[in-house]
Write a protein that binds this ligand. Structure first.
Ligand code: NAD
Length: 351
């Protein structure tokens, strides 16, 4: 398998492969760039078809973390790890212990955290083997939620802050009476709905599971919408908080909203769709900028900080987005492209 010639290689500093025969662990750690600090990025366990697919995923994700941390003003680089296997069938304590040893073997160049298939409990097991495991003990919280290491409350607050800034920029208004359609009312989408409701927004929600929708209808007076109808609604804002690639060839022509601002990763099916959105006068909040509250939370878990410092840091997401919007407007470029340029300016220089 070629690594250096891989299309997603993009000058990665370090790519490590690990096999632990007794537990069956097969894992890859990718460290994209550590100019700003040690690499941070979650550990994903997924039933990849083969190691080539796992390598593609880990390289793409670790690069994304370099951009995310740079835009969140963190002294961190980008990295990611993947475990090849079905988390429901193949995960074991021995495997998580082995993964902890693998992370430790990089000597602090890479810190891991949660991602799909890996929960706080798994990280706690890994943490018995290494001090480079994060996301296990949130110390600070601004929202009276139990600080259990889950960063979703901080992600939701960051998305709320960014959505508010985007509405101020595009619609020149606060959130009172603004119509927001949320796709996916899970950990982040539900909390985002709560913040928006408290600030007077009118909500439309959808999910493939009815429980979350019913909760939002009862608690926030949201209107329930069928999943396939969400993108064509006559609303001001669409907040994708479900899966990636929700802005695609099918949904893009239907969008009437003037702002897209949500938590999901990789919202644009193709990078070129950012330019299409710009030409249609739709303001797009680059996903990795607006959803950085989680990584900011994890950063603060690792240092002597305070709930107030965490909150202030998350609120910078709104300022960063406004900087992107102003530059995109003056350079006549798409917001996703401008975000990449600013991130590269930041991480291409050593801290
Ligand atoms: P979650 O799984 O708790 O919630 C996602 C919700 O979307 C679920 O309720 C699911 O049923 C729903 N959903 C899935 N497909 C759908 C569809 N086609 N139509 C409507 N609803 C659908 O996940 P989460 O933690 O709330 O994260 C939401 C998104 O934000 C994900 O894309 C995630 O990668 C991203 N994100 C999350 C965090 C975090 O801290 N949790 C941080 C950064 C980015």
């Amino acid at each position: 398998m070629s690594v250096f010639e891989h299309p997603e290689f993009d000058s990665h500093e370090h790519v490590a492969f690990y096999h632990d025969k007794p537990s069956g662990l097969k894992a890859i750690i990718a460290v994209h760039n550590t100019n700003l600090g040690p690499a941070l990025g979650g550990c994903r366990m997924w039933p990849y078809i083969d190691s080539q697919e796992a390598l593609t995923d880990v390289l793409r994700l670790s690069k994304g973390m370099t951009y995310k941390s740079a835009m969140a003003n963190l002294k961190l680089g980008g990295g990611k790890s993947v475990i090849i296997g079905d988390p429901r069938k193949q995960k074991s304590e021995d495997m998580m212990l082995a993964m902890g040893r693998f992370v430790d073997s990089l000597g602090g160049k890479y810190f891991t955290a949660e991602d799909s298939g890996i929960a706080v409990g798994d990280l706690k097991t890994m943490a018995t083997q290494s001090k480079y495991i994060t996301g296990v003990s949130a110390q600070y919280h601004y929202n009276n939620e139990t600080p259990d290491g889950n960063p979703a409350p901080s992600t939701a607050y960051g998305v709320f802050t960014g959505l508010k800034a985007s509405v101020e920029y595009a619609l020149k208004t606060d959130l009172k009476g603004v119509r927001v359609a949320i796709q996916g009312v899970g950990h982040v989408g539900y909390r985002l709905a709560k913040h928006l409701h408290e600030h007077g927004a009118e909500l439309f929600v959808t999910d493939i599971f009815p429980e979350g929708v019913e909760r939002a209808v009862q608690e926030f007076g949201a209107q329930a919408v069928a999943p396939e109808k969400l993108y064509s609604l006559d609303v001001d804002v669409i907040a994708p908080c479900a899966l990636g690639a929700s802005i695609n060839d099918e949904t893009l022509p239907e969008i009437k909203a003037k702002v897209i601002a949500g938590a999901a990763n990789n919202q644009l099916a193709k990078e070129t769709m950012g330019e299409v959105l710009r030409q249609r006068g739709i303001l797009y909040a680059p996903d990795y900028v607006i959803n950085a509250g989680g990584v900011i939370d994890i950063y603060h878990q690792r240092m002597t900080s305070s709930s107030e410092a965490l909150r202030t840091h998350i609120e910078q997401i709104g300022d960063t987005l406004k900087e992107i919007y102003q530059r995109a407007e003056s350079d006549e470029k798409a917001t996703n492209i401008v975000a990449n340029v600013i991130a590269e300016e930041r991480f291409n220089h050593k801290a």
